[in-house]
Design a protein around this ligand. Sequence first.
Ligand SMILES: C[S@@+](CC[C@H](N)C(=O)[O-])C[C@H]1O[C@@H](n2cnc3c(N)ncnc32)[C@H](O)[C@@H]1O
Length: 273
Amino acid sequence: MNILYGRVQLAAEAALNLWRVKMNEDKQVIRDFWNYRSQTFDKSPGHYAASKEEEEAWKVLLRSKLGNAEKILDIGSGTGFLSLILADMGYGVVGIDLSEKMITRASAKAREKGLPIAFHQDDAENLGFENNSFDAIVNRAVLWTLPHPDIAVREWMRVLRPGGKLCFFLHEPRDDRKVSIQKQVLNLWILLSERRNPWRTLGNGRQAVNLPYNGGVKPGVIVDLLKSAGYSNVLAEPMHRIEALKRQRLPYPYRISHGHGQFCYTAEKPKED
Ligand SMILES: C[S@@+](CC[C@H](N)C(=O)[O-])C[C@H]1O[C@@H](n2cnc3c(N)ncnc32)[C@H](O)[C@@H]1O
């Protein structure tokens, strides 16, 4: 009996180790991809506020969701889009990202603007912070690039203080009718104007990574994910105002290919009794 138990335990440990190795390999592929993307990330029109009005709309939205939170964690901060806006609004911000090159770019932008933001490298699914460390967590366009969104949202709850707010932004799935010709026109435009390879993605090629929400996700799926992780007051809202402002300034190839809307998700970590 003891021998059998020992063998089962060994087999379980081997399976767990294999899973860990695979997980680390995936993370390296993801990190390398975003290191590559960091070089031209700020050239994509979806990644910056194209007008003062759009920036103002982001501020109004963030203020309405975050209120008087003092310490905010921006997860997958990239080149600093949300972190910089929040710090400019007077919030205390810490930004983390898996890609060290994203961190370098975000830090340089914060220095240039004289904004005191602490950026450092960390993993959204395994954060190096104590429990209950933040009043709020934000992120934009991050959940789709994680292999384990279910682990991530639980990890975020761990570092939120009870009553703390989660607020993030994510695309719904692309309209399939716009995937073919328009998408290829857009890719050619990106190749020429942004000088990057738009066909290099995380979902294709030899090193494709399995990302459950790659390509976008329906709001109902996210609402269920957050509820089953134990969040309260879960809400999904379309971002009509910001999208309309963004659309006005989009280059034509982006406009004809743009087939998916963004949602704002909010939720709370329940207060302790
Ligand atoms: C689409 S970009 C969004 C960047 C930024 N939030 C923005 O809105 O401009 C996704 C970001 O998530 C980061 N990322 C991917 N996997 C991550 C992980 N496991 N932990 C932390 N950051 C991650 C990438 O390096 C990248 O900067």
